[in-house]
Design a protein around this ligand. Structure first.
Ligand code: NAD
Length: 496
């Protein structure tokens, strides 16, 4: 069956549900896309089942690609690199803008399938598709206005020195399941804008938006999309010597594995955007009507499945009781399962999140909202927004990334203690600081171990600024000139 042409015409959750009903349990079969052609998957490695998070029923089958399928994709990208790396910036820019406009025209198609496949509410999916479009538009124009350093050497006015950049080569682009198209295009757009070619491997858990991306007119061989699991296709891509760079977003343990597997290939560019266990600090000078919605959206947006979610809330003790009652009421009113908050993505992830809630209960935590969900979910992977208190500071619940709709609340007394608690974690991706004291914004903001600090806001992003984490949350930065560093090689030339 020609699934892709059918998916491409479905632009509302209602028509998607009708379509799935007509399929009568037959899963959508996703195909690898190499050199502008869909490939028949070699049956040798079989398929990976992917499920509808709202119902738990089979939704798609994803090729468990073999090393030889990965090699074919790398062949195509290597071949395409010869010409793609040489065409003008203007031409590349035009192609990126064309991709953006195709996604824009079909944004309801992308939002519909992203919402079904990942479980996120349609409104959330729409925001992410808009951001995917911005990724292409941003890098399409960035490359037209890019500047480098040119100088005459001091004391030798006849010698000119300048910086020259060239595209690195073939990249492996590996992305997770929480914001599938947004995070994949955050890699694809700069990769092809800076003249590299690539093999993208989306998460096997959410593959439909990447499958549909082919329809957006990607140039042949320049961007190839293969599906598969991490230890198989992902690792084959990482270890392939012809792949000259890896841009990876995902969990910290996978990042460590990738670092291990690339350690001897010293020239391979490796950018790792990893997990977080992010603190939200709430000082006693805040206006709760403004602070509570920020803290709540940081905790529960996308069911807490955003690496930047603030899952540890520290509140100054003098306002703890007042904060808690306003926060709990706000969460109950604004984060309702099935409406503003979806299920978690998969059965495996449901069990992981549940195990933390189970542990919290065993440790005597207070559940201000939420419960430990059933061990065997009967109909989809639904976990209610959960607000926990009275958790020991050294509990795994407080220290490890849960990546679900779970937030823990603790108190602090002084500014120094707030900073110490925020930094007492192996991760350092992002943080939220809620205060009205302008000097504190800097005093505290500049001491938090986090690649991103948001003061009185959350998830605000400007694509030209650095994105990435400190400590275990990653290596390198992406965004604007930082993405240019990932995807280009820099040489300094001296001409007399
Ligand atoms: P994951 O690490 O399990 O998988 C991410 C991707 O890596 C998938 O495509 C997977 O197939 C692939 N993969 C897995 N093992 C691999 C291996 N050995 N070699 C190569 N590829 C491999 O992560 P996930 O569960 O999909 O995503 C959730 C994690 O991603 C969370 O920890 C979250 O914080 C993190 N994340 C980080 C950011 C960021 O920007 N820092 C953004 C989103 C998500």
């Amino acid at each position: 069956m020609d699934f892709i042409s059918q998916l491409w015409e479905i632009d509302s959750p209602e028509s998607a549900r009708d379509y799935l009903t007509n399929l009568a349990g037959e899963p959508i079969r996703v195909q690898n896309f190499i050199n502008n052609e869909f490939q028949d998957h070699s049956k040798a490695n079989g398929w990976i089942d992917s499920f509808d998070p709202r119902s738990g029923k089979p939704l798609a089958q994803v090729p468990r690609s073999t090393t030889s399928e990965v090699d074919l994709a790398v062949d195509a990208a290597s071949q395409a690199f010869q010409s793609w790396s040489k065409i003008s910036r203007q031409e590349r820019s035009n192609i990126l803008l064309r991709i953006a406009s195709v996604i824009c025209r079909k944004k309801e198609v992308f939002a519909t399938w992203e919402s079904i496949d990942q479980g996120k509410p349609l409104a959330r999916a729409r925001v992410e598709i808009e951001r995917a479009i911005s990724n292409f538009r941003y890098f399409a124009t960035y490359i037209l206005h890019d500047e480098g350093t040119v100088r005459f050497i001091d004391g030798q006015p006849s010698t000119l020195t300048y910086e020259h950049r060239s595209p690195v080569g073939v990249f492996g682009l590996i992305s997770p399941w929480n914001m599938p198209l947004y995070l994949l295009t955050w890699k694809i757009a700069p990769c092809i804008a800076f003249g590299c070619t690539g093999v993208a491997k989306p998460s096997e858990v959410t593959s439909i938006s990447a499958f549909s991306l082919r329809q957006a007119d990607l140039p042949p061989g320049v961007m190839n999309i293969i599906f598969g699991d991490g230890p198989g296709a992902g690792s084959a891509l990482v270890q392939c010597p012809r792949v000259r760079g890896i841009s990876f977003t995902g969990g910290t343990s996978t990042g460590i594995q990738i670092r291990r597997e690339t350690v001897t290939d010293i020239g391979k560019h490796v950018s790792l955007e990893l997990g977080g266990k992010n603190p939200t600090l709430i000082f006693d000078d805040v206006d709760l009507d403004q602070a509570v919605p920020v803290a709540a959206s940081a905790a529960f947006e996308n069911s807490g499945q955003i690496c930047l979610c603030g899952s540890r809330i520290y509140v100054q003790s003098s306002i703890m009781n007042r904060f808690l009652s306003v926060f709990v009421e706000y969460v109950k009113k604004n984060y309702q399962l099935g409406q503003t908050i979806g299920p978690v993505v998969s059965r495996e992830h449901y069990s992981k999140v549940r195990s933390y809630l189970d542990q919290a209960q065993e440790e005597g935590a207070s559940f201000f909202t939420g419960v430990v969900p059933e061990a065997e979910p009967a109909h989809g992977y639904w976990i209610a927004p959960t607000v926990l208190g009275n958790i020991p500071r050294d509990s795994r619940v407080m220290r490890e990334e849960i990546f679900g709709p779970v937030v823990s609340i603790c108190s602090f007394e002084t500014e120094d203690e707030a900073i110490q608690l925020a930094n007492d974690n192996p991760n350092g991706l992002s943080s939220v600081l809620l205060t009205q004291d302008v000097s504190r914004m800097r005093r505290v903001g500049e001491r938090i171990d986090a690649g991103l600090v948001w003061v009185n806001c959350w998830l605000v992003r400007e694509l030209s600024t650095a994105f990435g984490g400190m400590k275990s949350s990653g290596v390198g930065r992406e965004g604007g000139t930082h993405s240019r560093d990932v995807f280009t090689n820099l040489r300094t030339i001296h001409v007399r």
